[in-house]
Design a protein around this ligand. Structure first.
Ligand SMILES: C[S@@+](CC[C@H](N)C(=O)[O-])C[C@H]1O[C@@H](n2cnc3c(N)ncnc32)[C@H](O)[C@@H]1O
Length: 388
């Protein structure tokens, strides 16, 4: 499946989807510092584009023929239910829905803050998705129940063309944990602290947190300890000797890998870290979609078994292989079909990409890997010839 990421920022959503085994082909954003970080860490292309220009964006994005579009339009302008003062950034949610309706990928995933679902902009977007033929699964996920040591609640709207509403709800629910992930469970004692300071939004809230609980939402700013801070009733310990988390630690709470390279000013880095979808939350969602797809399709091996004899005859008749080489190719294809579902992909590049991502495949020697790739390519030629 070819995936394009819109409003990609520094790439939290992209990294998670890629980590789950999907093939990201391109990303789009317009903020230079985030584009630079994305480019530094992720190999597929990122384009600078104003996505509020729907017509121009549709032209650019369609060139990648995406089967799935993912993206988190900016969210700062959402008002609470019923208010009509949503600003320009809320309109980008509408722009996102118009891009989806124009391109009509098989799947789309939209991520946003929880209150987005009650906004006027989202109601417009939802109508556009439905009119374009999408069945929708809409849910608020708490990252700390999806393998991330952070209590971050985000709204996801996942669409699939021609599908029933709520199609992914059961799978999403079945994989969530019944208790939140704590920082210590995820990182052990790597941070070298038991408690830390996190500047509160207002002084009715506590500022001191323990690593034996999930972190509160990582925001786009990281303030130092306020000089006049006085103890809050909810603080588990005194402030003395505590510190705020560093920028790198906050990136880790967003489950970015340790070797991810952050460029730019401290302010820009904090902003893009706070903007991001936690990588492991994105991976959680992507894996649920992959599981859903796999349930709809016969497994790769089952599908191959049905065609095995026909493939064997084709190899001899059309490719002129000896019986021995034919048997080798068939047995290699059999092996490959356990690793990748050739029937579920349209492009040979996607099949080879997916195959290359499998741990079992990576463990083979170079010559076995190349034999398996050749068998898959021959099988795809056979399928194309058989379909004519
Ligand atoms: C919430 S962040 C997305 C974070 C990203 N999904 C991640 O996981 O890292 C929203 C992004 O939208 C981008 N953006 C805002 N307005 C835009 C526009 N008109 N065109 C393109 N990108 C825009 C911002 O630069 C920002 O990176």
């Amino acid at each position: 499946m070819k995936v394009v990421d819109l409003f990609s920022g520094c790439g939290g959503l992209s990294l998670g989807f890629e980590g789950a085994g999907l093939n990201i082909n391109a990303a789009f954003d317009w903020w230079d510092p985030a584009i630079a970080v994305y480019r530094e860490n992720i190999s597929h292309p990122i384009f600078k584009q104003d996505l509020s220009d729907v017509d121009a964006s549709v032209k650019l994005i369609s060139a990648f023929r995406p089967d799935m579009i993912i993206g988190g339009p900016p969210c700062q302008d959402f008002s609470h239910a019923g208010k009509r003062n949503e600003g320009n950034r809320a309109n980008l949610t509408i722009a996102y829905s118009e891009i989806i309706a124009a391109i009509r990928p098989k799947y789309f995933v939209m991520e946003n803050v929880g209150r987005a679902q009650n906004s006027i902009a989202f109601k417009d977007a939802e109508r556009t998705f439905r009119e374009a033929g999408y069945g929708l699964t809409m849910t608020v996920l708490d990252a700390s129940l999806c393998g991330v040591p952070q209590k971050r609640k985000r709204f996801f709207c996942i669409g699939k063309l021609g599908e029933a509403n709520g199609f992914l709800s059961c799978i999403l629910a079945s994989h969530q944990s019944d208790r939140p992930m704590t920082i210590r469970e995820y990182f052990g004692d790597e941070f070298g602290i038991d408690h830390y300071y996190r500047h509160p939004r207002n002084y009715s809230r506590r500022a001191i947190f323990s690593i034996d609980e999930p972190a509160p939402t990582v925001r786009g700013v990281n303030r130092p300890i306020a000089p006049g801070y006085s103890k809050h009733a909810g603080d588990p310990v005194d402030l003395k000797g505590l510190r705020p988390l560093t920028t790198d630690e906050r990136a880790q709470l967003q489950t970015f890998p340790l070797n991810f390279k952050w460029l730019g000013t401290k302010t820009d880095k904090e902003q893009m870290i706070g903007n991001a979808v936690p990588v492991d939350l994105a991976k959680f969602v992507a894996k649920c979609i992959i599981e859903y797809e796999a349930k709809l399709l016969p497994s790769g091996e089952e599908a191959f078994m049905k065609n095995k004899e026909k493939f064997r005859k084709w190899l001899i008749a059309t490719e002129g292989l000896t019986l021995r080489s034919t048997n080798d190719v068939v047995s290699r294809m059999n092996r490959a079909s356990r690793l990748v579902d050739v029937e579920s992909e349209n492009d040979i590049e996607d099949i080879v990409f997916k195959l290359g991502k499998q741990e079992e495949f990576k463990a083979f020697s170079m010559s076995v890997r190349s034999q398996l790739r050749r068998a898959v390519c021959l099988y795809r030629d056979f399928q194309t010839a058989d379909a004519v």
